[in-house]
Structures are given as C-alpha cells and as structure tokens.
Ligand binder design. Sequence first.
Ligand SMILES: [Zn+2]
Length: 462
Amino acid sequence: MHMSPFHRYLLPLALALAAAAARADEPVTTIVNSARIIDGTGHPALENATLTLRGDRIVSVAASGSAQPPAPAGSRVIDAHGMTIIPGLISAHSHLGLVKGSATPSVENYTRENVATQLARYEGDGVLAVMSLGVNQDVLYQWREEQRAGKLPGADIFTADRGLGVGGGVPPFPVPSGQVYRPGNAEEARAAVRETAARHPDLVKLWLDDMFGTLPKMSPEVSAAAIDEAHRQGLRVAAHLFYLADAKALVAAGVDVVAHSIRDKPVDDELISLMKQRRVAYIPTLALDESQFVYAEHPAWMSEPMFRASVDPALLANWLSSQYREKINGEMSTARNRQAFAMAMRNVKTLHDAGIPTAMGTDSGALPTRVAGFSEHRELQLLVQAGLSPADALVCATSRSAEVIGQAADRGTLEAGKRADFLVLEGNPLDDIRQTMRLGAIWHGGAPVIPLAKRPLPTAAP
Ligand SMILES: [Zn+2]
C-alpha cells in the first residue's frame, strides 16, 4: 500500500505529542478513528472502527456508526484511516539474557543491560510481552518488579524460572546450576520444583530430548515427579520435546504445554485425543526449525526493513557470504533439519484443525540465529504457509499466547478494560500476513513507541 505523507511522518509526531500530554497527572483519553480493528478474539475484523484508550487501558472498541459517549475535554484524536489495528504480539516461547550480538550463549550475557536491550528490541518490533521459557537467573524476578514499577521499559517479562534439564544433556548450553536444574532423580526434581515455586514463576519448564540420540534424556520418573509437584504447587508445565512418543508420554503424565513442534512423525489420533481431553496447548516454534538453514537461501524477507533493523550486522554479513551457503549445504544435519521443519509445518496444521490451542513462540534469543522481534513476524508467516488463515495466525500470536503463558488475562485482545497494547499496521494482514511487518505505530501500556524500523539509522563510524 502506498503511504500518505501523513501516515509516514506525521503519525509518529502525533503519537509523541500524545505521549507528552499523557505525562500530566490525569490520564489522557486518546481516540483512534477510522481503522480496521482485529481484536484478537477471532471475531471478524471491524471496519472503520474506533479504539478509545485512557491511561494504560482500553476504554472501548466500537464499530462504525455505533453510539459513543462524548469525548472528554482534552482528548486526543488520531486518524488511522487505511490502517489496521491488532493486539500487541506475545511470544510464548523466547529466551532472555542468553545471547548477545553474534556470540553463542554465555552466562556473561545475563545482565540487566543486555536484557533491557533485548526487551526494547522486541517492543520496537511490536512484540509487547515475552515468556522467557527457562535458563533464567533469579535476578530476572527483580527486573520483573522494576518493570512493574515502571523502571524498566520494553516488552513485558514473563518467566519460567530456571527450568529442569538433564545432567550432561539438554539444555546443551554451558550454564551454571544457578540457571538450570539438572535433577538426578524424582526427589531432586520435586525439590527443584518447590524451590522454583517459591519464586512465583509464570510456568515451569522441562527439557525432554536426546538431540538425535547424542545426549542422555530425562527419565519418565523424573519428568512425572516434576509435573506432579508443579501441579501440587499450582503451576503449569511446558516441555521442550521433539519426538511423538515423548509428547504422548508427557501429555499422559499431565504436561500442560508442548513447547516445540513434534518433528519426527505425523501426529496421530491418540495424541490429539489426549491433548484435547486435557486442553494441552501447542507452541510450534516453526521459525526455530527454519532458521537452521533458511539464511543460506537469502529469502526476500532478509531485505525487509524490520529484519535489517533487528538482526546483528556481523551475523547478516556472514549469512550473505558464499562460505555460509557452502557450510550449510555441506552439513550432514541440514537435510535432517529440513525434514524436521517440513514435519513441523504439517503437524501444526493437523493440530490446529483438530482444535488444539496453538500459541505463537519462536525460541528467539536461545541462539543468535533466532532473531528476537523479527522471528515472531516470520512465525506468523510460517503459520499461514502451513495452512492457517491469517486471522487464525493472529489469534495464535495474541489471545492464545496470553492464555498459554498464564497470568496474562489482561492482554492479548482489544476489549474494554484490557491493557492498551496494540499495533497500528500500514496494511491489512488479513490480505497478506506480511503486513504485520509494516508497523506504523506501537502502543504499549497506553504509551506510543516508535517502531525499530522507523528509527533513524545509527550513523556510520568515521
Ligand atoms: Zn527454548
């Protein structure tokens, strides 16, 4: 869509003025007119509709022509003609503080400064809440408190604490015991979950994987004990897994969230009926599987302004090199990764069609190749490529993600009383899901944020 000068240049200015006004003691009412509104519930889009917010909350979402109370004196009015409003995106599976730039994960990266940079990047790409699904240091709770007190900007933090892995196994990062538990038996697993529960996480995380038979896998006794103890503590459990057989065993043992795609075999009726009975949710993390090989193909989206604004420049230079292409094409694992990705694409369609609650997550931040902020938009595109409608993909990335991460009932949809977390898109994502990358404006907790791709480029070093 061709943008008018108003939308391209004056809209951010109008938003900045609204923000300045919002600093006054009384929360200002802002009325965004004439937009298409997709509210995240799965209801049809409203055309030419009006969204009203006051302070950090939505006051109303009204269809065109519906009666509305008169605007309070001092209200700001913004014309969003031709634009589409969607709820802020929510990643139900990402990681904070593991990576920095192009370097591999390291304990040194878990700093306030690095996490603040990552949160700002997610927010600047329209991802307004992030579940850091394991491998966290306990200091994350302190940063979560700072954020709730308004002292740490960026995407809102949700956490699955350290998580429970396996000694000598997954997660295969060189992280110390203060960042992941590796219980050797059921009693140690229960003790780890009790210690975790005392810190009040949003979820508990388990890893159940042998990395293609190369690493030891968590035993059924340990995973069952962890799940049982979490439920006793009033917590839900999300599991990293790969294989269909492990998914069945974990769902039977009571796991609440399958946190990656099942990638070895097509899902079957047995798994589907087990998941439906227990309303187990699914986070396919398709962008993760694609990231293992796709950069060597130089897809067109690598030229997108949002991608360029989000990716580390050294990584990008490497991916664009012929050496990288030769390396990926020459690796034994590439064919296997492509098969896993194809199976993941097939299984998400089957599970979503069967009515399994499907959330959006990417594993962004676990490795530098999973580009925080951009990956979430790529995941939407992959959900559509897998056969979901754009409207359904948007539900996954908003209300369904809010449900899955827990403690997030105040977000994920655009309804009266919910947080004023929304994105103003320059095009219609129902026509083309790639339009979510065309961020005209971002509102987070009622405050406007300039999209990353619209900020001035840093000046080159002399
Ligand atoms: Zn992960």
